[in-house]
Design a protein around this ligand. Sequence first.
Ligand SMILES: Cc1cc2nc3c(=O)[nH]c(=O)nc-3n(C[C@H](O)[C@H](O)[C@H](O)COP(=O)(O)OP(=O)(O)OC[C@H]3O[C@@H](n4cnc5c(N)ncnc54)[C@H](O)[C@@H]3O)c2cc1C
Length: 485
Amino acid sequence: MSIKITHIDYMYICCGTSWWLHVNHKRAVVIGGGIAGLCATRVLRDHFDEVVLVERDSSFADGDRRGTPQAKHHHLLLARGLRELDRLFPGFAARLTELGAVELDLGVDLAVARPEGWVPRVRTGIRTLHASRALVERVVADMLKRWNNIRFRFDTDVVGLRVSGGVAQTVSGVRVRACDRAADEVIDADLVVDTTGRSSRLHQWLAPFGKAPPPETVVDPKIGYVSGWFETKSEAQWPKEWWWRAVTVGPMTIECPYAAALFPQENGTWVATLAYGDRPAPRGEATFFSILRSLRSPLVAEMLERTRPISGWHGFQQMPNRLRHFEKWRSPLGGLVVTGDAVCTFNPIYGQGMTVAVLMALNLGAQLERTDVHHPAFSRRFFAAQAEVLSDAWRLATGADFQLPWTVGKRPLGDSVISRYTEALLLASKRELPLRPLLFEVFHLLRPLSSLEQPAVVARVLRQQIVKQIVRAPKGAAYPPLPSA
Ligand SMILES: Cc1cc2nc3c(=O)[nH]c(=O)nc-3n(C[C@H](O)[C@H](O)[C@H](O)COP(=O)(O)OP(=O)(O)OC[C@H]3O[C@@H](n4cnc5c(N)ncnc54)[C@H](O)[C@@H]3O)c2cc1C
């Protein structure tokens, strides 16, 4: 093994700091207790004497909390996210199940209506758990209480950074305003992690120190969500031939700019989401149901008619894919990193946000193993590695969104070829059944996107392009075929 020592490492050694030793630093401060903040806190507690998690809401337990309005909408936890959360928090999956989460194999339990027909069922053997985001967050937060070097500061708003040093500026703490105290206070930190989500105010916090925010890329599919929560007494009340335990109807197209999903959640509850593209939000229950009935399958509406609503209708607009390129930031501040939605948001239809937040936290841990947090190159190395972590999820989400004619953003080179290939792959997977688990694994971030470019996969896609006989279920069938069909 060869060890490469860079110029910066050399200077660091000369300054006499023993960066090769694994030392615990004094304190890390995490701003924001969403999934990204909770996971970052978990990772940091292995590297710091103390981790302070500052959250402006009063607790995590509440699905209605102000800081996470998205919790009112369906949150799919991808299989990779489940696997990594269970590694970070041993017993996570068992606890989520104990609290009522529903286990599904989405290859066989999910009925998927697409323009060309119903997607054939294939057992993937990959476990997914379905629960509200509020429950996922609560289980993770409860597990964090196991460690006694984590301190929670609720009802406390971070209002700025403290920056020290001359030319090489370093963040050395945060300014906070607690709701029960008149004066601001400073919490010292060796490392500050911004996980304040899509409405991060980091750019405002940087301005007093003459720092511009990093460049960003936005790909906006101009979509919105309307979601509602429902309850069933028991699935037994549904017709026997309804084998499915969740349904999606989509994707959006120019002819039908809507997609719908119905998923079971904990304790007999269901969440229904109607996604719409490039138009105002549908208003009122009657409109919502009439759109659901007009889709290529009315199944979601018919299932909902057998349930009881337990919430009002919640809307969410402005959900572009936004990538802040911290890896291209000309002058990163020492002592500061950013993860979660504060770095990258995705069109939520692909269910990637929570999983990618966990992966970013794991990267934080990996970088702390390699480079001391006070090393001048720490932030730069962290952001470079984080860009790699984000790459596949970003390409998957934006690649799919660029198939919508109304999506706004700069198309990457070769994008139309990739889009056509992906579409051909999806269609081919209907007859080439081994492609289905592979696609599933890629979409669930269990395998790299490059797996879809392997010669054997390309050959199967080409074969189906030639055969051109790709649809088994009759096109336009409103109901999924029975398992034997
Ligand atoms: C409608 C919608 C549907 C989604 N569906 C899915 C899905 O199906 N699957 C999926 O994986 N992801 C989904 N996501 C994305 C997912 O919610 C996030 O990616 C994920 O939760 C990570 O968010 P986060 O922790 O970075 O930020 P957030 O969850 O937004 O948390 C930020 C936290 O910071 C706190 N905060 C903010 N400012 C301050 C401050 N100044 N001081 C102190 N605290 C502060 C807030 O109170 C909040 O607790 C969806 C998102 C939306 C909008």
